[in-house]
Write a protein that binds this ligand. Sequence first.
Ligand code: SF4
Length: 394
Amino acid sequence: MREWTSRTFVNREYQREFLNKYRKQNTSCFACHMACFAYLKVPDAGESQAHCLNYYYLPAATKYYGHTLERDQAVSDSIVLANRLGLDTTNLSGMVKFLNDLYQAGRIAPKPELPVDKVGSRQFIQKLLSAMATRTGIGNLLSDGAPRAADHIKDGWESCSKYFPAHGAAEHEPLRNYPGIALLWALDSRDPVVDHHQYVHLGIKYQQAYPEPYKLASEHAKRIAAEVFGSEKAIDHSSFEYKPEAVLHAQNRSMVINLLVLCDWIYPIVQSQMTKDRSGDTSFESQLLSAVTGYHLNEEELSHVGERIWNLARAIMILEGRSRERDCLHESFFRERDGERAIPKQDFEQAKTKYYQLRGWDEQKGWPTVRKLTELGLSDVADKLQETVALKDS
Ligand code: SF4
């Protein structure tokens, strides 16, 4: 887990080197025994704890400085300052690439408050984070996030859509190659992968050359997908077939882990490095709940609770204007770009229809029906929604 969340995968040897050079110890959220954060100390560049996308500036800084101490200080600045100023490194990851693209395309020019001709340098990252936190100059625009900034920059979305495919958050895994992830993105209100790591890891890990112990043989991945999601097609990335079913299952379970305040990096335990056949134990949340509270809900009952929460969240989104049309990705994802394949629009829309049907929702609008909400014990939510929108009865 520690190496995993430090992004020290194969083909990223320089990330491993950085980590091993500066990691003083492992550290964790509160008392979590996994301790998946690294506590880093880089000379003359402060101290921080980091994992995953906290290392967002490493590629740009490596390109700018090569493998030097200055590169490492720039990376440390990017983490320490973001933590100090309360800025989101997942979004910054896309923001840095977005700004670099805009500069390379001649759409923005270097300014003293933001030297975009020096992306990768200490100077650039310090000025960017400071300008965003204090809303100075262009930082005022950028502090609302790259998607809102792109609305104000000529042809800004040509670059922005590469990194921000839907609903204003940064891309986490390549949507074009993974229909299930594309569907998750379209149906959520933010980057969905932060709540669905287990589905994503199961579906992707076996396809990529991850090092031991993270490597997952395809026969294990397919068997686990069939056991947990109902079909091995859940992780077959050649089509949208069975993705609505898998996504629905993953969404309900993601609500459960949030409800129980469990970490998405671990739960549900879909797979394990401790078992011979790599099977996890997806009933573990139920067992924990019983052990801690004495309140007994089996897996199916917990998933039902997750379904109720998902419907409630959808109701809130509907009040904010969400509908089938807005369960979307940026149009550019349905076209080929830079040699990357297009997502087949018709298949995508058909998958959405199937998803709404499975949810018991109105497939034209993408809204829960009165009958569905009543069935879930949420008739008061239906009444509230009916004050604003006309729900179908069934
Ligand atoms: S709670 Fe999750 S993110 Fe935090 S240390 Fe544990 S495994 Fe890592």
